[in-house]
Design a protein around this ligand. Structure first.
Ligand SMILES: O=C(O)C1=C[C@@H](OP(=O)(O)O)[C@@H](O)[C@H](O)C1
Ligand SMILES: C=C(OP(=O)(O)O)C(=O)O
Length: 422
């Protein structure tokens, strides 16, 4: 699908921020592992979330979708596996959360995916399965495992993906004996591990940081079914925060002011660049602002990378992004993708492996066709910048938004931005 953005100012100001994808994955997984019935409110059926729901059904959970509520009857034990092939589509979270959980069935399970999923790094699990003497094999199309991961002391790298740590937390809490995870620094995306701990706690499972790099997971625990509401998504706020700064005042509703989401940092970044914001109990308001380039650290919030590159293109002077290497291992190489596309609209940008420099401000040159690189966050970031171009901008592969935010163009239109889909 192609989306053409007709540049123009928003005519409306209020948008409801969709539910957090990260929190929904975690809630559905915890509910599936719990004995009894859980009810999860405020779920958006993005492709990634539907993929996690489907996978948890294959583990044996009964899951019903009731509007934006998800009712989950958890598994009594790990002997309910319905299929030995689990399709993870393009969801890194699903795949990396599932591998240790499905290992507990003791069965040979094959995980498949599409687009870039199987090219994203999995070495942490490969080394772990091999170290414990279990089967792990991988091709370009699938990963196959067999053997129930053993509790105990596990050392793993902290700089590839925090999703390995979250996956181990979900699974090791179900083992009889205690476990300790030793994380080798640098420990990146740590905020996502905090979100896992928070959701485990909501489902009655206790795991905790003993120190900065050590996680303790007492064994013999049982997930307790519960009723929970998924909070709104600070990663998606990023797009509207940028729109607010460069286009028109935006009022973003539904966010938890005390959220532990690492992407809450978007507000600090916007302020650091000179953006005007106001946070109340009800909404986050972002006002058109004159922005200045500065240093932005991506260590805890990689998903903000693409939209911050767009924002930086409107800021006076140089913006330098640091600790961004992980952006190369997402649905696309997000640094390369943004460099390619931003150059097409005239933005001076260059990078090293883990740093990005952007010069601004640039008046976006429209009348061009951009590639979405099969990556939802690239499509959404480019769409926001395109609202300020000097002529319409077409984005190819715009359907990628369904991975995290199927209603993105609907919501952009509701703010008065004209979007033509073809
Ligand atoms: O745990 C999670 O929900 C996520 C962790 C992050 O990945 P990394 O830990 O690989 O940086 C983030 O980029 C991803 O979108 C969601
Ligand atoms: C990287 C992302 O998700 P995942 O790792 O779950 O595929 C994302 O949503 O930007």
């Amino acid at each position: 699908m192609q989306a053409t953005i007709i540049p123009g100012r928003c005519t409306q100001t209020t948008v409801a921020i969709p539910p957090s994808k990260s929190m929904a994955h975690r809630a559905i997984i915890c509910a599936a592992l719990a004995q009894g019935e859980s009810l999860i409110h405020h779920v958006d059926y993005s492709d990634d979330i539907l993929t996690t729901i489907d996978g948890m059904r294959k583990l044996g959970a009964h899951i019903e979708l009731e509007g934006s509520d998800v009712r989950v009857q958890g598994i009594p034990d790990f002997n309910q596996l319905q299929s030995e092939e689990i399709f993870c589509k393009e969801s890194g979270s699903t795949l990396r959360f599932f591998i240790p959980i499905f290992s507990l069935t003791g069965k040979r399970v094959r995980f498949t995916g599409q687009n870039r999923l199987l090219q994203r790094p999995q070495t942490v699990y490969q080394q772990l399965f091999e170290a414990q003497g279990f089967h792990y094999s991988q091709t370009a199309e699938w990963i196959e495992i067999e053997g129930a991961l053993q509790p105990g002391d596990i050392t793993l790298r902290g700089d590839i993906s925090s999703q390995f740590i979250s996956g181990l937390l979900f699974a090791l809490a179900c083992r009889k004996e205690d476990s300790t995870l030793h994380i080798e620094p640098p420990f990146e995306s740590r905020s996502y591990v905090e979100l896992t701990l928070q959701m485990l706690q909501d489902f009655g499972v206790h795991a905790y940081f003993e120190d900065e790099l050590t996680l303790r997971i007492p064994g013999g625990q049982r997930y307790q079914a519960c009723e929970t509401t998924v909070e709104s998504d600070y990663s998606q706020l990023g797009f509207y925060a940028a729109l607010g700064c460069v286009n028109h005042e935006v009022h973003c509703q539904g966010l938890r002011p005390d959220s532990r989401q690492g992407d809450r940092q978007i507000l600090d970044f916007v302020r650091k660049m000179g953006g005007k914001t106001e946070v109340t109990d009800k909404e986050v308001i972002v006002y058109p602002s004159s922005l200045s380039g500065c240093e932005l650290d991506m260590q805890n919030c990689p998903d903000l990378g693409p939209i911050l590159m767009v924002l930086a293109s409107f800021a006076q002077g140089e913006t330098k992004m640091i600790n961004a290497a992980r952006l190369r291992y997402k649905e696309s190489d997000r640094i390369e993708a943004m460099e390619t596309e931003l150059r097409k609209v005239g933005v001076p940008i260059h990078s090293s492996e883990g740093e990005v420099w952007i010069q601004g401000p640039t008046a976006w040159k429209g009348g061009v066709t951009l590639d979405g690189h099969k990556d939802h966050r690239i499509v959404m970031a480019l769409a926001i910048g395109a609202t300020m171009a000097d002529a319409p901008v077409t984005i190819e592969g715009a359907e990628a938004i369904a991975k995290s935010y199927p209603g993105f163009f609907r919501d952009l239109r509701s703010l008065g931005i004209e979007v033509k889909e073809k």
